[in-house]
Design a protein around this ligand. Structure first.
Ligand code: ADE
Ligand code: ZN
Length: 345
């Protein structure tokens, strides 16, 4: 048995950054029930088991059909705070040192919750994250199955909070909703100085064309998922040369396309692309970031060095200063040295 396979314990305590996490995807059944009771909202489920049973999906659209209605329990500023705070506490358990988390304003404003209420709850939790030793930033996403006008309206609503949001993303159902639909609003986002990222979900119709539009027309700094890029060597060369990383989510993939896409992730890693591993919607896929890393390592026999490279990549493509990147990457080296001394890898 080779000794070079990383253990669960080694992975869990590795310092890491999470770059692909939807705050709304961290709604655990316990919190959903608590908020439903507090806000007197009928959700059709009474127990944790019943909520868990409703978390069944086998595609992106069947997942989204469960995901959006669940958000009805989020009503007050305190609810948004609690959702984000519970996630940050979980992240600490997995030794996440830096997070850049997505939030979906339109999923709330479209059901009558104000932008201000939602944002101030999330932002308060983000500010409190320093007490956990975590640095945190917010990425606002547009729902691509809503109109370009609605995205622009949301962008305008966010402008007063500009200095509290690090980047702008694009998520939800990709089918028939290419990046080109949102070029105007992403152009404005670039002009305002935001970082840009976009979901290029797994095995979508026109995946490569969507990736091409995201890279060359919207000029993203990262791609969320995006592993279909492996099919096109020229695009792979481009992201490598331009230091554009991918935020991959193997366990999420295993739900929506029944394949972690580990082969593609490893191929890209071996080609020197900055691929990272993240949890996407951990409450729904029952997998937090270390679980994702371990699932990938176990199923594809990753070496310890490959796991270390994945977490180093997460800091390398984070939207933080070069000094901060250096500091976090050094902390990984120190952690590995200590582990080696204890011979527990
Ligand atoms: N919203 C939450 N999770 C998502 C995913 N995996 N793809 C697109 N939109 C999402
Ligand atoms: Zn996602």
């Amino acid at each position: 048995m080779p000794t070079n396979y990383p253990t669960k314990e080694f992975i869990k305590m590795l310092p890491k950054a999470e770059l692909h996490l939807h705050l709304e995807g961290t709604l655990e059944p316990e919190l959903k029930l608590k908020l439903a009771r507090r806000n007197k909202i009928t959700i059709g489920q009474e127990t944790i088991e019943e909520v868990q049973k409703s978390y069944q999906f086998d595609s992106l659209s069947s997942f989204l059909n469960v995901y959006y209605p669940a958000m009805n329990v989020l009503q007050t500023e305190e609810d948004f705070y609690e959702l984000a705070w519970e996630y940050l506490k979980k992240a600490k358990e997995h030794n996440v040192r830096h997070v850049e988390v997505f939030f979906d304003p339109q999923a709330h404003t479209s059901r009558g919750v104000s932008f201000e209420k939602m944002f101030s709850g999330y932002y308060r939790a983000i500010q409190d994250s320093s007490s956990l030793g975590i640095s945190a930033n917010l990425i606002m996403c547009f729902l691509r199955d809503m109109s370009a006008e609605s995205a622009m309206e949301t962008f305008e609503q966010a402008l007063p909070y500009k200095d509290k949001i690090v980047g702008i993303g694009l998520d939800s159902d990709e089918r028939d909703n290419p990046p080109s639909k949102f070029f105007d609003v992403f152009k404005r986002a670039k002009e305002e100085g935001f970082y840009i990222t976009m979901h290029c979900d797994i095995d979508q119709e026109n995946s490569i064309e969507h990736i091409r539009q995201a890279l060359f027309d919207a000029k993203v700094e990262r791609l969320d998922h995006g592993t279909n890029i492996v099919e096109n060597p020229d695009l792979v060369k481009y992201i490598k040369e331009n230091n554009i990383g991918l935020t991959c989510c193997p366990v999420s993939n295993s739900f929506v396309v029944e394949d972690m896409k580990g082969k593609e992730i490893i191929e890209l890693l071996e080609q020197g692309v900055k691929v990272t591993v993240n949890s996407d919607d951990p409450a729904y896929f029952q997998s937090y970031i270390s679980d994702d890393l371990y699932a990938l390592a176990e199923n594809y026999s990753l070496t310890t060095e490959q796991v270390i490279q994945l977490v180093k990549n997460s800091f390398a493509i984070a939207w933080i200063s070069e000094e901060e990147k250096e500091k976090y990457i050094q902390s990984i080296d120190e952690y590995v040295k200590t582990f080696n001394k204890l011979k527990v890898i």
